[in-house]
Design a protein around this ligand. Structure first.
Ligand code: C2E
Ligand code: MG
Ligand code: MG
Ligand code: MG
Length: 286
């Protein structure tokens, strides 16, 4: 019904523009309703020590239980949440859910490992994440030592004094700060030193590269050497096979996370830590 010639062509583009706009507004309204109605749940992916196989921490990853479209991964909604600022509210919801979950696990389990929470830059800039977290911990009677925060490289490198003072206050309470997706931004390890992080999570692209290229090995080795010199533990993200684990052990990487170790797991009544395991070396012994 849309004409594509002359003046009609103009109308065609106008119609496309309005359809795209309406679609975007619909998706925004839907996400807003989902946050208000709490259609979200968390899954938990273990992060293990490369030598002992002991679970060090569980990373909380958000999922949207959409009424019609099923369980949605962050790729389908985190971008929109960030563009609209809704990630501040969603982030507060995530923090509350994780603290509530830790409180439930603690009724079953005598000892828990910490949970790491992914935090968007906006939660620091516009969200007062320190207070939000402090209140959630108090509400659910959870000790701060059971929380870690994952912050992407780009968000912490903005030379933002407010962010770094929030981070050091959190660290003083026993909350570990992790740099997420390291290697995807533009920072150098010397910039990281200034901010005094606890753990460096190397992006999965670099894990994939150690198997496929000599440069990949060299690069990973350089990261590990410098991170250790700065007092940080190193985690390889996206570990998908045993060959990678063996190489990472040779490269002195401290911890591994990825589908080979475990997929993200549902919460359950008890915290879904893995049984300790050792990874066979190339010679067959652990
Ligand atoms: P991330 O923090 O780097 O999390 C790792 C992502 O890689 C997760 O995807 C995880 O399921 C996936 N992954 C883990 N191991 C492997 C592997 O071996 N191979 C491959 N190919 N992928 C693996 P997910 O859950 O879809 O999350 C994607 C991103 O969304 C996260 O990246 C994080 O940046 C963001 N995100 C997740 N949950 C939250 C949240 O609660 N708040 C905020 N602000 N962002 C979140
Ligand atoms: Mg993460
Ligand atoms: Mg990551
Ligand atoms: Mg990543």
């Amino acid at each position: 019904s849309v004409k594509t010639n002359g003046k009609g062509g103009y109308q065609f583009y106008e119609a496309k523009f309005y359809n795209a706009l309406r679609d975007r507004l619909d998706r925004e309204a839907e996400l807003r309703r989902a946050i208000e109605g709490d259609e979200f749940l968390m899954v938990y992916q273990p992060r293990v020590d490369i030598l002992s196989g002991m679970t060090q921490s569980m990373e909380a990853l958000v999922r949207w239980q959409h009424p019609e479209r099923g369980l949605l991964e962050p790729a389908e909604f985190i971008g929109l949440a960030e563009d609209t600022g809704m990630v501040v509210e969603l982030g507060a919801l995530v923090i509350d859910k994780v603290c509530a979950q830790i409180a439930r696990w603690s009724e079953h389990d005598a000892a828990l490992v910490p949970v790491s929470i992914n935090v968007s830059p906006q939660q620091f800039r516009n969200g007062d994440v320190g207070s939000v977290l402090g209140e959630a911990l108090a509400r659910h009677k959870v000790p701060p030592s059971l929380i870690e925060l994952e912050i992407t490289e780009s968000s912490v490198m903005d030379e933002d004094a407010a962010v770094s003072s929030t981070l050091s206050q959190l660290q003083k309470q026993g909350i570990k700060i992790l740099v997420d997706d390291f290697g995807t931004g533009y920072s150098s390890l010397s910039q990281l030193h200034r901010l005094d992080f606890d753990v460096l999570k190397v992006d999965q692209a670099f894990t994939a590269n150690i198997e496929t290229s000599a440069e990949g090995m060299v690069f990973f080795t350089a990261i590990v050497t410098m991170a250790h010199a700065l007092g940080m533990r190193v985690v390889a993200e996206g570990v998908e096979n045993l060959a990678q684990v063996r190489l990472l052990r040779t490269l002195q990487c401290d911890e591994v996370q990825g589908f080979f170790i475990s997929r993200p797991l549902p919460a359950g009544d008890s915290q879904p830590v893995l049984p300790p395991r050792t990874f066979p070396t190339a010679y067959g012994n652990a």
